[in-house]
Design a protein around this ligand. Structure first.
Ligand code: TXA
Ligand code: MG
Length: 325
């Protein structure tokens, strides 16, 4: 059931969470599929609803920065600094887990992913619940993350007891994940908080793991993929590539940086922003739209390869990877 934001919706959400049921809620990044992180059966329900393998760890969402010390231990100076600077916000920290953190949440690892979200609905829910809520993105395993309540409904339907409709998620792609569990700090998943912003706070260079280096469990290269094949195309080749498909009378969808260069009944043109914040905000909704257009392929015009676009570029590369599967 989808409910708009109201005092009733929080009341219902709290009852359900306490009963070990699932509640989908908006965060500033994407919608999360939440369960009480201290109830093993409730957490198992998340894996069942998403059809997610059990060794893919979940992020625990916390109501406030102070709870970092409750859920993590042996916290480094970097963990404190990043939490202080970026929480509440779209940053997940991987830290050594406190003994009470369930193995089902961490996929049997000795670390846990923690985040204090900024979105007012997520914040209110966590504040009223008072405890950690385990929540992955509220999509089926491997699909595009949901940024609107209707996306959650389409993805998970009746396997989620309540979806709180807080409108479109402002950031639009998943949080930046930083591993601060050991001596060596690394970014496991780039996002809209940039590597440079993190380096500036820490005063040191950090490693970014890409698909060519080893990824954390759950970070498969084929994540975030639409069902339709997706190809990344350099700007100079876009028009020529479109014409080739149209000459073969194939239906295509195009995500480009500008208005349509060409019109054709077989072509769905989606104009994207040239500004990374707006692009990220729209990306997943546009990929869903393209995916539903009955096209043989989604062509995406390459985005710039620079710091501000790194998170977006990462998701596009993962989505395109399905082409090679
Ligand atoms: O923005 C977000 O992070 C959203 C919202 C709902 O908060 N959540 C999200 O969760 O994207 P999920 O489960 O779709 O992605 C979490 C990623 C997974 O790739 C998982 O492998 C990684 O975080 N992760 C979680 N705990 C980890 C750990 N202890 N060590 C390494 N990676 C971990
Ligand atoms: Mg996900």
């Amino acid at each position: 059931m989808i409910l708009p934001v109201s005092s009733d919706c929080y009341q219902r959400a709290l009852e359900l969470l306490q009963q070990g049921r699932l509640v989908a809620f908006p965060t500033e990044t994407v919608y999360g599929l939440g369960a009480d992180a201290s109830q093993p059966d409730a957490v198992r329900g998340i894996f069942a609803a998403k059809q997610r393998p059990a060794d893919h760890p979940l992020i625990v969402h916390l109501p406030n920065v102070e709870q970092l010390t409750e859920w993590g231990r042996q916290l480094s100076a970097a963990a404190y600094e990043l939490a202080k600077h970026f929480w509440p916000g779209p940053l997940t920290l991987i830290v050594p887990k406190a003994p009470h953190v369930l193995n089902i949440v961490t996929g049997n690892q000795n670390t846990v992913g923690l985040r204090v979200p900024q979105h007012p609905v997520a914040h209110q829910l966590l504040h009223q619940f008072g405890k950690g809520i385990a929540a992955p993105s509220a999509n089926r395993f491997g699909h595009v993350s949901p940024t609107q309540a209707q996306h959650v409904q389409q993805e998970l339907g009746n396997s989620v007891d309540l979806i709180i409709d807080g409108g479109a998620c402002p950031v639009g792609i998943e949080s930046t994940i930083v591993d601060v569990s050991g001596k060596h700090i690394s970014v496991l998943r780039p996002g809209m908080i940039t590597v440079k912003q993190i380096e500036d706070v820490l005063g040191e260079k950090i490693t970014v793991l890409t698909s060519t280096t080893t990824r954390a469990p759950g970070m498969l290269a084929s994540h975030y993929a639409p069902q339709t094949a997706l190809r990344l195309i350099a700007s100079e080749q876009l028009l020529e590539t479109i014409k080739t498909y149209l000459a073969q009378q194939q239906r295509i969808a195009v995500l480009a940086w500008h208005d349509a260069l060409i019109k054709d009944p077989c072509l769905q043109w989606i104009a994207m922003s040239t500004e990374p914040q707006h692009y990220a905000h729209d990306l997943y909704a546009c990929l869903r739209k393209a995916d539903q257009s009955d096209s043989a392929v989604i062509l995406v015009e390459q985005v710039p390869q620079n710091e501000n676009w790194r998170g977006i570029s990462d998701r596009l590369q993962k989505a395109a990877h399905r082409e090679h599967l």
